[in-house]
Design a protein around this ligand. Structure first.
Ligand code: AHM
Ligand code: MG
Length: 321
């Protein structure tokens, strides 16, 4: 495998893998990778916001400092709107979906994007890793008409592409168009993403479990039993516990190192916390493409029929063998 291949080259070379191969994918991914560079830059100076804030709450340009999650949301939306490809965007940060009319107000764009622009936002204040998660669909309503809720409430198994970005010690975009999973790491000096993690697959011998154990007493009996199983001194156990508090980051580590991630239902939150459309569906798409499975405890995440934009579901993602 040629390790010096860039994200742009990879997409052009693999364009045929995309169900509707005519350059649309490269334009869409281009919008996302550009926004991710801008967000990376902002994430890297997040710790300075208070210093700037203490001298009057404005930045060098005299603008009000924005919170990073608002900044990320606007950056991704602007980048996607400015390319004639997306007809609608739904974001964890916005109450309602955004309709994009397109250049001649003719509603001719074909793609829907759903996203969590800044995943794990409570990590910002402590200089820890955050992420972005995104999901891409074809619209189901006719081209030439405004998008409707129906376009956004598609089951995850209709995604044409999905991915996530981890803003960690380096920035990585992990992407699938339904033909495996590949990771591209940003070289910040050049502003170029290189294929660093070709064909990601869960390792067979995972020994990590990731769950917010603070909720243990409120978890269903089956989850409690499983956590005790992970902790038992038997065979290759106890497993090791790792939890960052950002689905993109936690799942990324578990996919590379091998492990299970759980955000179960609880007596306090019967539907868990994670959002089906912005977090669970795209991560489930990636997880399955990497050889794993993602369920809500009973059903395959990708087969759930969404009923509302901000719907929450319990989530478990891992390799199954
Ligand atoms: P956010 O997208 O609003 O930042 O919240 C979602 C995040 C998940 O990525 C993460 O796994 C979870 O919330 C952590 O929640 P908790 O602090 O309850 O463990
Ligand atoms: Mg999130």
């Amino acid at each position: 495998m040629d390790r010096s291949i860039t994200l742009g080259e990879f997409i052009i070379e693999n364009q045929a893998d995309f169900p509707y191969a005519n350059g649309e994918l490269s334009r869409l991914i281009n919008a996302i990778q550009l926004a991710a560079k801008v967000v990376t830059h902002e994430v890297n100076k997040a710790g300075l916001v208070d210093i700037i804030g203490s001298v009057g709450g404005t930045n060098i340009q005299g603008e009000e400092q924005q919170k990073l999650d608002v900044f990320a949301n606007e950056t991704f939306i602007n980048s996607l709107v400015n390319r004639e490809i997306v007809c609608g965007i739904a974001s964890e940060e916005n109450d309602n979906f955004i309709t994009i009319q397109g250049q001649n107000n003719d509603h001719r764009n074909k793609y829907i994007v759903l996203m969590d622009p800044l995943d794990g936002s409570s990590n910002i204040d402590v200089n820890a890793s955050v992420g972005t998660i995104f999901s891409i669909y074809r619209r189901v309503t006719p081209v030439g008409t405004p998008v409707t809720m129906e376009d956004f409430l598609q089951p995850g198994n209709l995604q044409v592409a999905a991915g996530y970005i981890v803003y960690g010690t380096s920035t990585i975009i992990v992407l699938s168009t339904g033909n495996g999973v590949n990771g591209f790491t940003l070289n910040p000096a050049l502003g170029v993403y290189y294929l660093s993690h070709p064909n990601i697959k869960f390792p067979e011998d995972g020994r990590i479990y990731s769950v917010n154990e603070g909720g243990y007493l409120q978890f269903p009996q089956g989850i409690k039993k499983y956590i005790k199983y992970c902790q038992e001194e038997k065979e290759n156990r106890p497993y090791t516990s790792r939890y960052i508090g950002s689905l993109a980051n936690d799942m990324h580590r578990n996919m590379l190192k091998g492990g299970i991630y759980m955000y179960p239902s609880s007596t306090k939150n019967p539907n868990g916390k994670l959002r089906l459309l912005y977090e669970c569906n795209p991560m489930a798409f990636i997880i399955e493409q990497a050889g794993g499975a993602a369920i809500d405890g009973y059903n395959r995440i990708l087969d759930l029929k969404p009923t509302e934009l901000h719907q929450r579901v319990p989530f478990i993602g891992a390799l199954v063998n």
